[in-house]
Ligand binder design. Structure first.
Ligand code: AP5
Length: 215
């Protein structure tokens, strides 16, 4: 299945994307991770993207669509994929429709208050992209990644003023996609305010029944 994961910053998209991809054996295509990788490597595209990301703005469509298009052409995407953070506005949804058929959109619904609490405590591994939370999901050793032992960092865009701007951008640009995909009868809503495992159980129910009805 070709799946899109939609939701506000901090809804837990990355956390659930990892679990979905491991469980169903499909690749995760994270627009944010792809852009951060370009930025960390200081490619011209990455330098350009970073100027928008640190301000909490969307990176221009031409940059993001090029990165996503390239990744979707990889061999491992032929038998399904999970898109995390793309599309993020109506224009990107139009671009995606030209590239691939989408079977289902998982909308992770969460209040901005709860999302803020999650982002303020998030710690990320700059090496393997693993994500932790100071209170909800702390690493075994404080400040150190369980997987690769790298020191954890706060994401550059997880500062208070940037988070506020990201929420504004989300409400203005991304939220209209909920109606867009509802009208297309592709939207399934998940209560993202539950624990990681409870949220994943809802997602599994949705995906398993969608697979059964596709079979
Ligand atoms: P991106 O990296 O996609 O960030 P985002 O959408 O803001 O989402 P986050 O990664 O912040 O949160 P998440 O929902 O993945 O939550 P997570 O699982 O980490 O995009 C960053 C930037 O890149 C954008 O602002 C934009 O500039 C640019 N960009 C990206 N895509 C673009 C596009 N298509 N077009 C243009 N620009 C684009 O969880 C958050 C925290 O909560 C963690 O600490 C986690 O441990 C914890 N947590 C998770 N689930 C739970 C739970 N159930 N209970 C308690 N804690 C939990």
């Amino acid at each position: 299945m070709n799946i899109v994961l939609l939701g506000p910053p901090g809804a837990g998209k990355g956390t659930q994307a990892e679990k979905i991809c491991q469980h169903y054996g499909i690749p995760r295509i994270s627009a944010g991770d792809l852009l951060r990788k370009e930025a960390a490597e200081k490619t011209p595209l990455g330098n350009d993207a970073r100027t928008y990301m640190v301000k909490g703005l969307l990176v221009p469509n031409r940059i993001v669509s090029a990165v996503i298009d390239q990744r979707l052409n990889d061999e491992d995407c032929k038998r399904g994929f999970l898109l995390d953070g793309f599309p993020r506005n109506i224009d990107q949804a139009g671009e995606l429709e030209k590239l691939r058929r989408i079977d289902l959109v998982l909308y992770m619904e969460l209040s901005l208050e709860k999302a803020l609490e999650r982002l303020e405590g998030r710690m990320s591994c700059p090496n393997c992209e693993a994500v932790y939370h100071l209170h909800f999901d702390p690493p075994g050793k404080e400040g150190v990644c369980d997987r690769c032992k790298e020191n954890l960092v706060q994401r550059e865009d997880d500062k208070q003023e940037t988070i506020t701007k990201r929420f504004e951008t989300y409400e203005k640009e991304t939220l209209p996609l909920v109606e867009h995909y509802k009208s297309a009868k592709l939207l399934r809503t998940v209560d993202a305010g539950r624990s990681v495992e409870e949220t994943f159980a809802q997602i599994r129910d949705i995906l398993d029944s969608a697979q059964e009805s596709n079979a």
